[in-house]
Design a protein. Structure first.
Length: 182
């Protein structure tokens, strides 16, 4: 008479398999409850008192819903960050290209020193654009921009000799002293 040895287990082995089996069953139940909580529409809370397992099931459902919304929010923030990084990279490339173009034009430019009086504009301020242009044209360049200017108070000699520094006869004159010519 043959006995089926696969059904017979020693007592010690059953004692170790039983808690492990309960743990696995609990994990499967937890996974099933989480899946049901995600798929099931939110129902209003029942007015009757929940039992222990009902409260646990409800708590897991709330946690699963919160985790889902947090993951969606994090995903949208990562997408937004990626978009912003792309825009920043494009603007940086354009800035570097513009700087490269400016540097390429520099070999044709020279800084010239000189002394050219600025004209007075209708509002009383010095207009040094024409003075910068005339300095550059005198040196053989087409155009120029003022780099450095000097302002001085010009007074007649008799006012300076008398010791009066501020007089109605004194006025300010502005000179272009350095120009970037191209």
């Amino acid at each position: 008479m043959g006995t089926n040895r696969s059904l017979i287990c020693p007592r010690g082995r059953i004692a170790t398999l039983l808690p492990l089996g309960c743990l696995c069953a609990g994990m499967l139940l937890l996974a099933a409850m989480t899946a049901v909580a995600q798929d099931a529409p939110k129902a209003p809370a029942p007015t009757e008192e929940r039992d222990f397992f009902g409260r646990i099931f409800h708590w897991f459902g709330e946690q699963a819903a919160g985790l889902s919304s947090n993951l969606q929010s994090a995903g949208s923030q990562v997408q937004n960050f990626g978009h912003e990084a792309g825009v920043a990279a494009k603007s940086t490339v354009n800035t570097v290209k513009d700087a490269g173009d400016a540097v390429a034009r520099i070999p044709n430019a020279r800084v010239i020193s000189g002394h050219e009086k600025c004209a007075i504009a209708p509002n009383g301020a010095p207009d040094c654009v024409s003075a910068a242009m005339s300095l550059c044209k005198a040196k053989g360049f087409e155009s120029g921009k003022s780099v450095d200017m000097t302002t001085a108070e010009v007074c007649p000699p008799k006012v300076l000799l008398s010791g009066r520094s501020t007089d109605a006869q004194c006025h300010d004159e502005t000179f272009v002293s350095r120009v970037l010519c191209q």
